[in-house]
Design a protein around this ligand. Structure first.
Ligand code: ADP
Ligand code: MG
Length: 681
């Protein structure tokens, strides 16, 4: 039978088509979505205080009797005040409402009311402005406050949730968490949890409800990731019998760092096992991930397999193509680039060669995922800067082979506490060593008054034969990326940098155009690249030693770190100048962190402190489901406990195939369904 929780919210009393549209904006379509729309906070109407004891500056609930009629004052056109007085038996309060004739008409002398809001003034006369008002019978409880949207108030959502709870009885009583687990962890039932997260009886029941929901969320998440991992462990991969890394090291123009060697070895070992590798190479900007990818691809190819490397932008794909063909070409390995810029004829020819096994390593953007891109023997899939790809995309590329090995490279320095969570389905190698001779990028934060001086400094470097970047101001609302970047570049070309060779790079350019500009910059034909944040990821031009970032306050720490990582990639000392006139404390602190350290992990930790993990965990970043209720910092201990329980369960029932785990399996599928993961059926 179709459960009531799958019914659309539209059929709830008082909802209808228009409201359903508003709910849809909050991603609430069914009763289940509605029940999982958890309050963002609560109003405590249960603890009534005397006016004289109201906490200053905070909302609270008082109980009063109305002692006057409601008086109407027309202040000016479109602004009417309604005033009445009331008493809590001890003190008097004057209450003012703005433009609320409906509420005013319902209040009469002698009524007993609960008012919720800030109490101002002092004895003998207090004041409240626009408090929330309820009749005494209805109000005395802890009320949920929901994330709202235009036209859809928390109160309307509350009424809908109350109905949904009434109708979803079967779902509330079908608890996916096994009773034994609930007992072991001291968790309440699903029914108790949902009833009390929305309408808590008191603070204790609220805490009990939250505990259960947090556990459940973290448990399902980790269970899902373990399942993915388990699945890969069951297939037979492209087994590689030989290790060719020694041969590869001789191709490199430098000697690999210890960390690079270790990472390559770990990968080669993985690939010699009879199931597919799933490994993340995590290395700060400039740590040399490309060489690791090349080394691993080299061994796969020498074992007779094909490899694919997917990059998030065409600039990056182009660049990888170039460095990989330079490196591997001399060993007789054929590297090709697949982008949207190919002519139809060239593309057809390339795909034919690929399908017949004549291309060894195919580099490209997500164009690699498209139909018609078929390999003869795909044995290794590499994705660069993976936080831009979803879990689903990663597995789609893998489906072009039979159990190919998977290597994921990420420069996002994820705080160690979160890495496990985000990459729970992968083994991790860390590149914790930079190539020798790297100097930290000296970083300065200056106000726009120093812009001319900063430009002077840039010119000095260019005059010495080096290159630089200027990252454009971020776009104002209503202005296009294109217009602002073009205008900025033009202003520089005619002003401060007249006579210098400038290039412009922005997000609206066609892939082929971007490639042309990037190639010219890499070849040194352009000295100064004026750019929007498209340079953010991965670009490698070691001769570029200076970067100026405009409106630096508008970038997050992680993004600033990525941007800055474009300089300091060679033997020259490098500089980054952050221009900002921001005064607010958080922005100042971000800039200060940037000036103090080049350590990606420290920056990530600071970022986490400043922004909170909620942001970090948005599903855009890494393709995992967004957490609805757990707070990764506050609930760290629960994360560990849930992880332990998930592993335990997975050991006894890896596929969640047993009947008593049917509901759990369904929940995992629903959770990951939202990110397009295809592995769960
Ligand atoms: P990222 O990890 O940011 O992707 P890259 O792979 O682009 O870093 O490498 C950054 C630069 O360091 C490149 O110019 C690369 O040639 C160089 N490099 C990588 N490994 C070494 C090494 N072991 N010794 C010297 N230079 C290296
Ligand atoms: Mg890179």
């Amino acid at each position: 039978m179709e459960s009531a929780v799958n019914q659309p919210v539209q059929y709830l009393k008082g909802v209808g088509e228009r409201r359903a549209g508003q709910f849809a904006r909050l991603e609430i379509h069914t009763l289940r979505d509605l029940l999982r729309h958890f309050p963002r906070g609560y109003e405590d109407w249960s603890a009534v205080v005397p006016l004289s004891a109201a906490p200053p500056g905070e909302a609270c609930c008082v109980q009063v009797a109305v002692t006057s009629a409601v008086a109407e004052h027309r202040v000016r056109r479109g602004m009417t005040l309604y005033r009445f007085t009331a008493s809590d038996g001890e003190s008097r309060v004057q209450v003012t409402l703005f433009n609320n004739p409906y509420m005013a008409s319902k209040i009469h002398k002698g009524d007993s009311l609960l008012l919720f809001g800030q109490v101002k003034g002092g004895f003998p006369r207090y004041e409240m402005t626009s408090p929330l008002i309820e009749s005494t019978q209805d109000g005395q409880r802890i009320r949920p406050v929901y994330p709202q949207t235009e036209g859809l108030s928390s109160r309307v959502i509350e009424k809908a949730v109350a109905q949904a709870l009434q109708q979803a009885g079967d779902w509330l009583d079908a608890d996916p968490l096994p009773a034994s687990l609930r007992q072991e962890k001291g968790l309440c039932t699903r029914r108790f949890a949902y009833e009390n997260i929305h309408f808590p009886v008191d603070h204790t029941t609220l805490a009990i409800a939250r505990r259960r929901l947090v556990f459940e969320e973290l448990f399902l998440l980790q269970l899902g990731m373990l399942q993915m991992k388990g699945r890969t462990r069951q297939e037979t991969g492209a087994v590689m019998s030989e290790d060719y890394s020694g041969e590869f090291y001789r191709l490199l123009p430098f000697s690999p760092t210890g960390a690079q060697r270790r990472a390559i070895e770990e990968c080669v070992q993985d690939m010699r096992r009879p199931y597919p590798m799933s490994r993340l190479i995590q290395g700060d900007v400039g740590s040399g991930k490309t060489a690791v990818a090349a080394g691993v691809a080299h061994t796969a190819i020498r074992n007779g397999w094909q490899a694919a490397l997917m990059a998030p932008t065409s600039i990056l794909a182009q660049q990888h193509y170039q460095s990989l063909s330079e490196l591997l070409g001399p060993a007789g390995i054929r590297v090709e680039l697949l982008t949207g810029a190919l002519t139809a004829a060239r593309r057809r020819e390339l795909l034919k060669d690929l399908g017949e096994g004549r291309v060894d390593l195919l580099v490209g953007t997500h164009a690699l995922l498209s139909d018609g891109v078929d390999f003869a023997r795909l044995g290794l899939v590499i994705t660069d800067e993976q936080h831009r790809f979803g879990v689903g995309q990663r597995s789609r590329l893998a489906q072009k082979g039979t159990g190919p090995h998977l290597l994921v490279m990420s420069a996002t320095p994820i705080p160690r506490t979160l890495a496990l969570m985000i990459y729970g389905d992968l083994d991790v190698s860390v590149l914790d060593e930079l190539p020798p001779g790297r100097q930290p990028v000296a970083t300065y934060a200056v106000s726009s008054r120093k812009r001319e001086r900063a430009y002077g400094y840039v010119k000095k470097h260019i005059d010495e034969g080096r290159q630089g970047y200027i990252v454009c101001p971020l776009v104002e609302e209503g202005e296009t990326d294109l217009a602002s970047a073009q205008a900025w570049a033009q202003q520089l070309a005619q002003g401060a940098f007249r006579g210098y060779r400038l290039g412009l790079l922005h997000g609206r350019m066609k892939a082929a155009e971007k490639e042309r500009v990037m190639n010219a910059f890499a070849a040194g034909e352009i000295s100064l690249l004026v750019s929007t944040t498209v340079v953010e990821v991965g670009v490698n031009v070691p001769n570029a030693v200076i970067m100026v970032i405009e409106n630096a306050e508008r970038f997050g720490l992680a993004q600033l770190h990525q941007l800055r990582g474009r300089v300091g990639r060679g033997k020259y000392a490098s500089t980054c100048i952050l221009i900002s006139d921001a005064r607010n404390e958080e922005a100042r602190r971000r800039l200060k962190v940037m000036c103090e350290t080049n350590d990606g992990f420290r920056i990530a930790d600071e970022d986490l402190k400043l922004r909170g993990p909620g942001d970090f965990f948005g599903s855009r970043q890494h393709g995992l489901p967004t957490l609805k209720i757990a707070d990764l910092q506050a609930d760290m201990d629960w994360l560990r406990q849930a992880g332990g329980a998930a592993r335990h369960l997975t050991e006894s029932d890896p596929q969640l195939a047993s009947p008593q785990n049917r509901l759990l399996k369904e929940e995992v599928r629903l959770l990951f369904g939202q990110v397009g993961e295809q592995g769960f059926n």
